[in-house]
Design a protein around this ligand. Structure first.
Ligand SMILES: N[C@@H](CCC(=O)N[C@@H](CS)C(=O)NCC(=O)O)C(=O)O
Length: 211
């Protein structure tokens, strides 16, 4: 385990929520730098020096700074293998783990974003084919076992579970039992319950402060 300090640059009810749940699941000692997105604190000069895109999450680890949720999740999973959630090199699931993590960032998110904003690129020119292909591939994988890589939960599920719960809530994916059951299974965990409780409080505080 690393001894350098971890700081998660975080805002409630954002992509940083999955990262916060993951830190909890990994038992990773960390500090939070809580940003009020409603008050645009993510665009302050101090934060832009950490992430020039002015977005969360970002992770500071000693002198290193990471951005991009998936890079951060992979990094943390490798940093805390003792939690038993990371298919490390040598584990037969490692390839599938990397595949489904990168698929999330490289195909799933762009497919959802294109769909939400009415952009339909030609299938042979988009990085993901079509929205329907992405949805069917994911549904097919999740129908095989309780978790995306099989019988055991991994770092990948913390990411996908949080995201599918959000995507269902915002009707960004079809409302199918395979997605609903999976998201419910993952977010029923104590780490998510603790997160949701604290985020309700934080979000109300942020709303009041930004008003
Ligand atoms: N590709 C980035 C996306 C990060 C992102 O879009 N974060 C949103 C919150 S969900 C954000 O910080 N938005 C505030 C803004 O753009 O001002 C990742 O996966 O980390």
């Amino acid at each position: 385990m690393s001894t350098e300090k971890l700081t998660l640059h975080y805002a409630p009810r954002s992509r940083a929520s999955a990262t916060r749940a993951l830190l909890d699941e990994l038992g990773a000692p960390h500090e939070l730098n809580v940003l009020n997105i409603r008050a645009r604190e993510q665009k302050s000069p101090a934060y832009l020096a950490i992430n020039p895109f002015g977005k969360v999450p970002a992770l500071s680890h000693g002198d290193a700074v990471l951005t991009e949720s998936i890079a951060i999740a992979l990094y943390l999973g490798d940093l805390f293998p003792a939690a038993g959630l990371t298919p490390m090199p040598g584990d037969p699931r490692r390839g599938a783990y990397l595949r489904w993590m990168v698929f999330y960032a490289a195909s799933f998110e762009p497919a959802l974003s294109d769909r939400m904003y009415g952009h339909v690129p030609p299938a042979n020119e988009s990085s993901y084919g079509t929205f329907d292909q992405v949805i069917e591939a994911l549904a097919d994988q999740l129908a095989r076992a309780p978790y995306i890589l099989g019988e055991d939960i991994t770092v990948a599920d913390i990411q996908w579970g949080a995201s599918l719960q959000w995507a269902l809530e915002f009707k960004a994916i079809p409302d199918r039992p395979v997605f609903r059951d999976y998201a419910a299974r993952v977010t029923a965990r104590p780490s998510f319950q603790r997160l949701f409780e604290d985020e309700a409080r934080l979000d109300a505080e942020h709303e009041a402060a930004a008003a």
